[in-house]
Design a protein around this ligand. Structure first.
Ligand SMILES: [Zn+2]
Ligand SMILES: [Zn+2]
Length: 347
């Protein structure tokens, strides 16, 4: 089968590999019908994910059809359409039982697919701990609608959940990339009084304005002043920082009102400064972390009910054979790309 492979720093290649096989009773083999490219894939390509294993197939955002399930798999059967979770988790350890699946202590746990083990930019993928790692897609939900459920949409859902958004709130979301928009969609479910999106790229600001006309959009340089003028208590009640750029952490807490929640979803290249003397008395609550991707069934229900739609994010489509071109477009942000969908071979 064809598999997009991390050869060495700076080089991914579409290679021929043997079909994956079940290694454990809790594994499932999924035929990938649709996959996507995430910024984390680019981090692997650029050598900034030290735990990524050369030779592995990349890709951790995908949907498909269960081809084979081990004897210990109970939640899905061959023939089921499924969304694959970016995180592998056991469902049994202390952290899993408390919903902190990102911190699963199983040796297989964490971000394994497309990083430490073969992922889904391929025709088939082996999913370990499949009862937790796969969610059945409702009949009325298409593959494109479900494509982001296991990764960026799970991230947005988790970020909105831990931010405790109320109907009286002014919510500021910094960054309108794919994860920022997923975060926006999930924040909208909480129906806060006002949502302001801060984004540097004018094309992405236009995208938000076009698709979500009730959301207010600002550029970073006008953001602090705009938020101050459009919030009741001297700043945003909740800030979600999804950009991860040079100055966006500072922007996030300066735009927050006293006693606000500042949720940091972004993954930074460098350490950030927490100038405690400057923020003394502001009494902020910071929430950070990697996604706890354990709400995929609920997200799929919301999609089926028409409450979340991420399909406008798919701006480009390529067959698996042309995944190199898909990467070129995505990596260089050509043609106003937001997300690409990579189609597996038809059977
Ligand atoms: Zn990702
Ligand atoms: Zn666990």
């Amino acid at each position: 089968m064809l598999a997009y492979t991390y050869v060495e720093k700076g080089r991914f290649e579409l290679r021929e590999k043997p079909l994956p096989v079940l290694k454990d009773a809790r594994d499932a083999i999924v035929r990938v019908t649709l996959s996507s490219i995430c910024t984390s894939d680019l981090h692997i390509k650029h050598g900034s994910v030290p735990r990524a294993v050369p030779g592995i197939t990349v890709g951790h955002e995908m949907v498909g059809v269960v081809e084979q399930a081990g004897a210990g798999v109970h939640s899905v059967r061959p023939g089921d359409r499924v969304a694959v979770n970016v995180e592998t988790f056991c469902g049994e350890c202390f952290f899993c039982r408390h919903g902190y699946v990102n911190n699963c202590t199983s040796p297989e746990g964490g971000w394994a697919l497309g990083c430490r083990i073969d992922g889904g930019q391929a025709e088939y993928v082996r999913v370990p701990l499949a009862d937790q790692g796969l969610s059945r897609i409702p009949e009325t939900v298409t593959d494109e609608q479900a494509l982001f459920v296991g990764d960026i949409l799970a991230t947005g859902f988790w970020a909105a959940r831990i931010s405790d958004i109320t109907p009286e709130d002014t919510v500021l979301i910094i960054g309108a990339g794919p994860t920022g928009i997923c975060t926006l969609l999930c924040a909208m479910l909480k129906q806060p009084e006002r949502i302001i999106v801060c984004e540097k790229s004018s094309a992405r600001r236009r995208f938000v304005q076009m698709h979500y006309p009730r959301v207010e959009v600002v550029a970073p340089e006008e953001c602090p002043d705009y938020v101050l003028r459009h919030s009741r208590h001297g700043g945003a009640d909740v800030v979600l920082e999804v950009a991860g750029a040079e100055d966006t952490f500072r922007l996030a807490w300066t735009c927050a009102r006293p006693n606000a929640i500042v949720t940091v979803v972004a993954l930074y290249d460098r350490p950030q400064v927490l100038p405690l003397p400057e923020m003394y008395g502001k009494n902020l609550t910071f929430k950070t972390g990697g996604v706890d991707g354990c709400d995929c069934d609920e997200i799929l229900r919301l999609i089926a009910a028409g409450k979340i739609d991420t399909t406008p994010l798919i701006t480009h489509r390529f067959p698996l054979e042309q995944i190199g071109e898909a990467y070129r477009i995505f990596e260089n942000r050509l043609e106003h790309v937001i997300k690409v969908a990579v189609e597996g071979p038809r059977v």
